[in-house]
Write a protein that binds this ligand. Sequence first.
Ligand code: NAD
Ligand code: DAU
Length: 344
Amino acid sequence: MNILVTGGCGFIGNHVVRNALLIPGVSAVVNLDLLTYSGNLLNLEDVNDERYSFVHGSITDSHIVQKTLQDFDIDVILHLAAESHVDRSINSVQPFIETNIDGTRVLLESVVSASSSGKKIAFVHVSTDEVYGSLEPDEHSFTEETPLNPQNPYAASKASSDMLVNAFINTHDISAAITRCSNNYGPRQFPEKLIPLMVLKAKKGEQLPVYGDGKQIRDWIHVEDHANGILSTMLALYMGTIASGEVFNFGADNEQQNISIVQHIISRTGANLSQIKHVTDRPGHDRRYAMGYQKAKAILGWKPEIDWEVGINDTIKWYMENPDWIRSIETGEYREYIKEQYKS
Ligand code: NAD
Ligand code: DAU
């Protein structure tokens, strides 16, 4: 099996690339990444496997997408490349429309084009719990049947891409599945997201900006569990044990308030509670997410394996013990490294 991962230099993508290389029968793992601000070549620097290749380019570029599919005789696409940060989508929605919607359109059209030349390519579209909107405190977790109700521009762009995937399955009979996961945590997450941002600021003695009352709830899952969910979906789709059009939710039964995560980070980093600063809330801030994953458990045999207490403490430790990775991001050196390697 030859796999194309889009966005493999990002937080989740690099874990997917690493774990894909562990699957017996995988002959190639190709990573197509534009290296935007959150794409970091250092995230895969230690992967030394001749089956792994990196292609620098955008999913919005149909020429590079089609050439990559042909050059590597790709059988499966794992589509993760995206603009992923909600706050950025509130400030500027255009890159979200371009990458998340139009980039997905280019990939889907390329799958159709390959199919008309006789090459079947399975497509796993990595989406998010945010497409379902926000839950009230006493509401049941989201299921795959929950209607799409995105509440911020990022979520709307992801829901749009989900709908495009469904439309291509229905219209062009492509083989595709959609995965939707809750908030990921773990090593190598760009430090604009809650957990790495707070660890770095706590360590430096800076203020910790908690949006609003900090009682918003997310269902935190370790990135390794999510990566394995994506790969389980891929194998089921490729082997034909699931039909095209299936959706799988991944979650971890781990609802945590933001404020309690920040307090925990303070306790593990030697920071001080007085560093907490409640700041103006995110506009349209979703109050609560929780994912029901019974379908993935029953059909894929998937369940979250990493315990929150262990996972969060290891994650905090990782950010404390990898100053080179942090420094390269804070100084922008990781961008220089990219420029040096990909001057063209
Ligand atoms: P990330 O921002 O860390 O990584 C995104 C990657 O995509 C980067 O390497 C970036 O360079 C690349 N990229 C961006 N635009 C591109 C383009 N036009 N062409 C090629 N590559 C491009 O994001 P992440 O947190 O790893 O999220 C990956 C996927 O998982 C996204 O689709 C996101 O919606 C989804 N997701 C994320 C979470 C989460 O908690 N982080 C949860 C559920 C779903
Ligand atoms: O739910 C899945 C989604 O999780 C993914 O689809 C997104 O790609 C990913 O970015 C993440 O979105 P969130 O908005 O939930 O993640 P973020 O880390 O930005 O914020 C988590 C919570 O913490 C959220 O309620 C906002 C809050 N927050 C965040 C930051 C950056 C703060 O209170 N202060 C902050 O400085």
